[in-house]
Design a protein around this ligand. Structure first.
Ligand code: HAM
Length: 456
């Protein structure tokens, strides 16, 4: 009996060991919808991050960051329990302390929490926030739709005026036009609670008319009584055809909301920002009121039925959210721009990227002694403020010169056995290929003469 058991145990152990070996040789790949950003792609990221950072500073938005993980309840209460983002796309779990937490699917709730938690209503208003970071949504991955993606967000707290809405749209518009992406703004006003009560009733009556309900998708049939405005946002072609003659919210705006909207549009006209009134734009998040907008590449606003996928950005006003999240009543507005989509556009349109030409110096070395001396010289030149590169792991001069050329060096310094003995160093102009022998002690002086304004 005991021999039999032992045999079984041994067989089990052997299988475990075999499985372990198989697993060890298995290659891992990224999770679906998640991306690595490899070396070559950083030139695009550097470009868009710099543009976002510079523009935000110009318009006095201050950089802020928030944790990736927040309480699940934060999103349920702000983004809205019934929204696709919260009900279908969240990465949420119970952590080791038993707390219900979620990877942030959008930035606005965390920023509102930070505004309230840090008592920012005590600061001079408006408080203008600039935020950049990764977000997580468990959507069906496809081109331009990822499960981890990055947004550039601006939020403005404490300014109820239409100028605030217009300034946000202006910054977003400048962001795209300075990256040479032609965009058009789709804009609408969804009014306040009062306007929406009246409008909601009319919309419900419209959708209840004979034959309409049957054409709606399953989700819309459920939403029809709870939140009929969400039906306007549905991507299903049959739902889009039903909505064609639906009443439009702009006809139901109260005086205050209408005046606000007209003023926003007047500012946009003044600034020559191209926009399109879209009466069915409602945005898929719960907190908006009054102005809502989305940004599309010119020519793509209508082409893609699945608009949420082709939008480069979106935003609007959310005057009630701060109070809903436990703060004092504070008007607010903001936008989020999807950076992967922006980069896709830059690549797709082959928009030339001006790379920072640093005119740096490459230090090449030959032989053991040369290498040793070059190590010290590298530090000396770096401390003197020169932009300098090297390939000390390479021995061949040819390979080092090729590397210097590939990297775009303006000059290459060459230090070999002969130069060490003579107390000299070779200075090679990489563009013309001409070489000079320079006194080693005068190298900093010689480089300073040639390189103006290119030091760190
Ligand atoms: P949103 O419309 O959900 O708004 O997202 C804004 C932008 O993020 C979209 O237009 C798109 O460019 C990008 N985006 C969204 N989902 C994905 C995805 N799965 N993959 C790639 N890019 C994506 C918000 O998030 C609001 N918090 C914006 C806001 C800020 N409203 C007021 N303040």
């Amino acid at each position: 009996m005991s021999r039999k058991i032992n045999k079984k145990v041994i067989e089990k152990d052997l299988k475990k060991e075999k499985d372990f070996r198989v697993r060890r040789s298995e290659k891992y790949s990224r999770l679906r919808g998640m991306k690595d950003i490899l070396f070559d792609e950083y030139k695009y990221w550097n470009l868009v991050l710099k543009k976002a950072t510079d523009l935000s500073a110009t318009y006095s938005f201050s950089h802020i960051d928030t944790p990736i993980l927040e309480k699940l309840d934060l999103f349920e209460r702000s983004t809205g329990k019934e929204t696709d983002i919260v009900s279908k796309e969240m990465y949420n779990f119970i952590d080791k302390s038993g707390d219900r937490v979620a990877l942030r699917p959008e930035a606005t709730p965390g920023l509102v929490r930070a505004y309230v938690e840090h008592g920012m209503f005590n600061l001079p208003q408006p408080v203008k926030m600039f935020w950049l970071g990764p977000l997580f949504r468990h959507e069906k991955p496809q081109s331009g739709r990822l499960r981890q993606f990055n947004q550039y967000d601006l939020e403005m707290f404490g300014d109820p005026s239409p100028v605030a809405d217009a300034q946000l749209i202006l910054v977003a518009y400048n962001f795209f036009s300075e990256l040479q992406i032609d965009v058009q703004i789709q804009i609408n006003s969804i009014g306040c609670k009062e306007c929406r009560t009246e409008y909601g009733k009319k919309l419900l009556d419209y959708y209840k008319e004979r034959g309409k309900r049957a054409k709606l998708c399953v989700d819309c049939k459920k939403r029809i009584t709870k939140n009929p405005m969400r039906l306007l946002d549905c991507k299903e072609p049959s739902c889009q055809s039903v909505r064609e003659d639906a009443p439009q919210i702009v006809d139901f705006l109260c005086d205050g909301c209408r005046e606000h909207f007209i003023k926003v549009l007047e500012y946009l006209d003044e600034l020559d920002i191209p926009y399109n009134l879209n009466p069915f734009l409602v945005r898929g998040l719960d907190y908006y009121n009054r102005t809502v907008f989305e940004i599309f590449t010119v020519g793509e606003e209508e082409a893609d039925a699945d608009k949420r996928q082709s939008a480069l950005g979106g935003g609007g006003r959310y005057d009630e959210l701060v109070e809903l999240m436990g703060g004092r009543p504070t008007p607010a507005c903001g936008f989020g721009i999807g950076l992967e989509r922006v980069i896709n556009k830059i690549k797709e349109k082959n928009i030339p990227i001006k790379e920072d030409k640093e005119n740096f110096i490459f230090l090449a070395q030959l032989g053991d002694q040369g290498k040793r001396k070059a190590f010290a010289l590298f530090e000396e030149l770096r401390k003197a403020g020169f932009k300098i590169r090297q390939a000390f792991t390479k021995d061949s001069l040819k390979t080092q010169l090729e590397e210097a050329d590939r990297a775009g060096a303006k000059y290459t310094l060459i230090l070999g056995q002969k130069e060490l003995l003579d107390g000299t160093i070779i200075l090679r102009d990489m563009e013309s290929g001409t070489q000079e022998v320079v006194d080693y002690k005068k190298i900093i002086f010689e480089l300073n003469k040639r390189i103006e304004g290119n030091k760190n």
